[in-house]
Write a protein that binds this ligand. Sequence first.
Ligand code: CP
Ligand code: NVA
Length: 310
Amino acid sequence: MVTQMKHLLSLLEYNESAFVKVLELAEKIKSDWTKGKRPDLLPRKVLGLIFEKPSLRTRVSFESAMMQMGGNSIFLGTSDGQIGVRETVADFARTICHYVDAVVLRTFSHATVVEFAKNSSIPVINGLSDQFHPCQAIADILTIRQAFGPKPGKTVVFVGDGNNVSRSLAIACALVGYHFILSGPKPYHFDKDFITLFSKRFPNAVLNQSADANDSVKNADILYTDVWTSMGQESENEKRIKKFKDFQINDRLFSKAPKHCKFMHCLPAHRGEEVTGSIIDGRASIVFEQAGNRMHAQKAILLDMILGSK
Ligand code: CP
Ligand code: NVA
């Protein structure tokens, strides 16, 4: 298929042209799907989903994607999916790869995904870890291309936490030539390790960080946010609500963005915290197209990785 990639852990596995090919494949799959076409592209293939955390979009879109392409899926949730509890991560990986054709992992620690992939003879797809959410970012870029066309040079402003979603989005933006701004309280900007990794991989990319939300949004084509407290950080919730209170996307902040600006959110949203209902339900919001695009993007990822790894 298009990339010859073995695993998808962070998006850093892609080069620019392979990334665009996956997006184009997703666009073709979506266009066929809207015409009612659901060809058996992965007949009798089985996807394992091993999730340490809850999920609506990632789980259901991957499971539906497999069924619509003639395959099937097996979900291991928190009772069976606690990788490294009943047996080591390596033993889990070396066993399950005899039963299924690829796995999607959702973990607390990114190290678990890396360790699993090291021991897996089948493709491993990161369905969210504490560090990265690559499948989300692919669907995000697909959504932006459908709203604005495929040209580079867009400005994506993420107002919020330097977390898994914003890290992956920053990488995805660099892969397609978009400018990326993270706007949030300074202690929650991207950490040094990520900035070093990013700058080494994308020396010419535009990535800025700011603690001034009003200034950051001025040239935004896309305003994006995510929850202030991610899964696994619940004990920090009260502190985070105080720190992020000036970084809510509301009518006042949105009015400072250009007229054509669109609003995106990976969901689930905490209405009244990072975003108001007036914005998420407003005219500029494309959050449900974005959520829908998860399935089309993931079909492209699955085709690329399952067929490409043979
Ligand atoms: N955006 C996202 O990954 O949603 P879920 O947590 O519901 O899968
Ligand atoms: N940053 C959020 C994303 C959820 C899709 C979390 O990790 O909980």
